[in-house]
Design a protein around this ligand. Structure first.
Ligand code: ADP
Ligand code: MG
Length: 322
């Protein structure tokens, strides 16, 4: 079992950013309205995620670290209409197997569990305080898999990946208050007001937020909303384009190209737009279950979606020039 967890970890836990993503998505799934993320040394030394969500009951705590232990899928039909971000029950077991992990959690009505694991083995079990929510600390990532540890890039690069993940999670959940620090210094903080433009300001700063244009389009299959940067504010890489589908951010090369195409002249000079685009669609039209890290998605009507995205951006630019 513990070897299987380490193998699974190879797929789910690539770097500190993957740990951050899985932990924060669990906090989101647990109905948290506030999530704090504290990193040390880009998360390689320590990642601490604290939330005010539902918590885990004492009887479920140890189960949560078993592979394929998910509380989120009851039968196979659920697989086609997952609304939670996690559903494989793989992340916690995987993360615990390659780190020193501490869990403090309570469902609120009474004290619950304090658990210490090392390489997936439970080392200590105790009673936590009764504050409702969960705090998970992941220390010394890959301490027992030196090959993985060696594969990590510089602190700067790893922190960049973590920041990308956190920015996108914040954009996907404007109604959640996020507080993100690195080595004690604040990276960003959002208010949880539900206003996406405000989150863009909190994350990218006032100058960017000021230059964003709202978009909105409803087609037969898609409801597209969000903000796009004016062509004069561009970036030298693609990381400033965020695509969110039914509440989860995804990586999709073709959809990103659709955004870029709408800016046509930009492509020529190797610059890329800033955009946060959210698409709602029937869950049957999208399959997130492509990759364990769930960053990719497959669409049944991909071509239509590509056209709709390019069109809504072009329409907004035309409105601007009127
Ligand atoms: P999944 O998210 O796919 O269900 P995970 O391995 O990520 O699997 O988590 C296992 C289980 O642990 C979850 O199904 C959930 O019940 C519980 N859990 C994990 N993190 C939290 C949290 N922050 N708050 C409440 N429950 C949690
Ligand atoms: Mg999960």
């Amino acid at each position: 079992e513990s070897l299987a967890n380490m193998i699974a970890a190879g797929e789910v836990v690539e770097r500190p950013a993957s740990v951050v993503k899985e932990l924060v998505e669990n906090s989101i799934d647990a109905n948290s309205s506030w999530i704090k993320v504290e990193l040390k040394e880009a998360g390689i030394q320590e990642i601490k995620v604290t939330d005010n969500g539902d918590g885990i009951s004492d009887t479920d705590c140890e189960k949560a670290f078993l592979r394929h232990a998910t509380s989120k899928i009851k039968d196979e039909n659920d697989l086609f209409r997952v609304h939670t971000l996690g559903f494989r029950g793989e992340a916690l077991a995987s993360i615990a197997s390659v780190s020193r992990l501490t869990l403090k959690t309570s469902t609120g009505d009474k004290a619950s569990t304090y658990l210490v694991l090392e390489g997936g083995q439970i080392k200590e079990k105790n009673i936590s305080d009764a504050r409702k929510g969960t705090e998970i600390t992941v220390k010394d990532l890959f301490f027992n898999t030196p090959a993985r540890l060696k594969y990590l890039k510089t602190l700067h690069t790893e922190l960049g990946h973590v920041t990308d993940v956190m920015n996108r999670l914040a954009f996907s959940h404007p109604d959640i208050r996020f507080d993100v620090t690195h080595n004690g210094k604040q990276l960003f903080q959002t208010s949880g007001s539900g206003d996406l433009l405000q989150v863009i300001r909190d994350v990218y700063g006032m100058n960017v937020a000021k230059s964003m244009l709202p978009i909105k389009k409803e087609t037969l299959d898609f409801y597209i909303t969000g903000y796009i940067g004016k062509p004069e504010i561009t970036r030298s890489n693609r990381n400033f384009m965020t695509i969110i589908v039914n509440g989860r951010y995804i990586k999709n090369y073709l959809l990103t190209q659709s955004i870029i195409r709408a800016y046509d002249t930009l492509l020529m000079i190797g610059r890329f737009p800033i955009a946060v685009i959210s698409i709602e669609m029937d869950p049957y039209l999208v399959d997130f279950n492509v990759h364990p890290a769930k960053l990719e998605a497959r669409f049944s009507k991909e071509k239509d979606l590509m056209i709709a995205i390019e069109k809504v951006i072009r329409e907004q630019f035309q409105k601007e020039t009127l």
